[in-house]
Design a protein around this ligand. Sequence first.
Ligand SMILES: C[S@@+](CC[C@H](N)C(=O)[O-])C[C@H]1O[C@@H](n2cnc3c(N)ncnc32)[C@H](O)[C@@H]1O
Length: 285
Amino acid sequence: MSDLRAAVREATQQLAAAGVGSPEHDAVVLAAHALRVEPSEVRRLMVLGGDVPATYAGLVAERASRVPLQHLTGRAWFRGLELEVGPGVFVPRPETEVVAGWAIEATLSTLESGVTSPVVVDLCTGSGAIALAVKAEVPQAQVHAVEVSDLAVAWALRNRDRLGLDVEIVHGDAVTAFEELADVDVVVSNPPYIPTTAEPVDPEVRDHDPEVALYGGSEDGLAIPRLVAARAAGLLHRRGVLVMEHADSQGESLPAALRATGSWSHVEDRLDLTGRPRATVAVRA
Ligand SMILES: C[S@@+](CC[C@H](N)C(=O)[O-])C[C@H]1O[C@@H](n2cnc3c(N)ncnc32)[C@H](O)[C@@H]1O
């Protein structure tokens, strides 16, 4: 097919029939990827006339089989950072951009209160998304991140080096990480939190995100988040802030779990941009 506009239209229909949530967007992004241009250029070529790249049909077929868009393009955007992602690493989500924003706000407020180089720790960093965004937006911060999966930590290191951001990324268990650190100002975490009894509906998540990134280790999904929060309590100084993402069903259970430990004051839950419970913010008592 030589008509780009017709090809994108056909791809949109194919992706919609396969249950892809944003078929037109994905059809355009895949054309942009195949042509090595920006999506805006694809839209321009669709009006002015353009040829269909040879690889387009194959990419669309893979997306129709529900391979994540980001695995096909090798890229994910996170708060303005272009991250490399692929098999073995959790694809960062738009809702986590808001969670990272709360950690960034907490870090900025330490600067306002006179801390010159706030210490921030990202427990369970995956692609490095949150840690790298914090460093990019608060360059004064000393940022440390830990990831247990060897595949994921390789993506995080690659992203750090490509973006040239000075973040310490270590391969290890968040539950025991950074024994050498104390008096941390902000801990942020998007840990695995899906209940072990639940199965993600979207094939992109179920079949392509690593299991270690998804399941929280118990029926309520909070076994790992609880352990990670306990490590955060050990790292933070008094009045240090924890920002922890959770499932939209955990807006009461995670705050309750944190309150029950006695380690936290001012425990509050926050909603994401869609109005769903998304993260608990707590101050170290
Ligand atoms: C939901 S993903 C979040 C990744 C990244 N922070 C983000 O928001 O895109 C959870 C990550 O935690 C990692 N993980 C799971 N258990 C861990 C542990 N005990 N210690 C460190 N990382 C862990 C997984 O490999 C995965 O990369």
